[in-house]
Design a protein around this ligand. Sequence first.
Ligand SMILES: Nc1ncnc2c1ncn2[C@@H]1O[C@H](COP(=O)(O)OP(=O)(O)O)[C@@H](O)[C@H]1O
Ligand SMILES: Cc1cn([C@H]2C[C@H](O)[C@@H](COP(=O)(O)O)O2)c(=O)[nH]c1=O
Ligand SMILES: [Zn+2]
Length: 212
Amino acid sequence: MSLFTEPRRFPLDPPRHRGWLEVICGSMFSGKTEELIRRLTRARIARQRVEIFKPALDTRYHAQDVVSHNHTSIRSTPVQLPSEILLLAGGGTDVVGIDEAQFFDESLVDVCRQLADGGTRVIVAGLDMDFRGRPFGPMPALLATAEFVTKVHAVCVCCGELAAYSYRTVPSASQVLLGETEAYEARCRPCFLAGEAAQPLRDPARQGAAGR
Ligand SMILES: Nc1ncnc2c1ncn2[C@@H]1O[C@H](COP(=O)(O)OP(=O)(O)O)[C@@H](O)[C@H]1O
Ligand SMILES: Cc1cn([C@H]2C[C@H](O)[C@@H](COP(=O)(O)O)O2)c(=O)[nH]c1=O
Ligand SMILES: [Zn+2]
């Protein structure tokens, strides 16, 4: 990963540090997992030692593999807590990949920091916003503390524009609801807002307002 770095020329520069944090974010279907798999595959080709983790609750496609909507996949270790990543990746891992980061708690931020401080390249992929368009889990803090941020976009299924929102098509107010195309659509801002306006009673805040 040398895209954003200048070649070192000055003889008094400190030694180059290998650890940093990269975050890949965007809506559902935007290609986060494909991009994560692409980067991790390249690291393996470069004979780096790569470990991949995902939250154990994400069993949509496979209990162990990280699988994209396009069915590309890579073997991973499901974990309940971010602290397990430190234990399992400690010592000798060059690159750590983490998918579905939005499902972990805030302690993931410190785990990523510790890994990067220790010299590991950490690549995290996750939803930046939930189905209401609100920041999701530890993603805001990860984005703030990353050296490199990549925001990818899906195609709006309503109009074909770039989509940054994950629109939920089923009646659930729970922030966590695993699903695919049966429960979510990628939408651009206007199409997302049009959908929200059509179902105002789904949002508890609006329900309260409606009840007053
Ligand atoms: N609305 C959409 N926009 C873009 N890609 C889509 C859409 N619906 C399905 N796809 C498929 O999803 C793939 C991306 O999947 P994935 O990497 O798993 O995305 P993410 O992890 O961001 O949900 C695309 O290559 C494409 O085949
Ligand atoms: C928007 C939103 C999504 N989810 C779930 C739905 C999927 O199981 C994952 C996202 O997977 P992807 O690889 O990014 O397509 O998250 C959720 O639980 N809550 C939400 O608000
Ligand atoms: Zn649209």
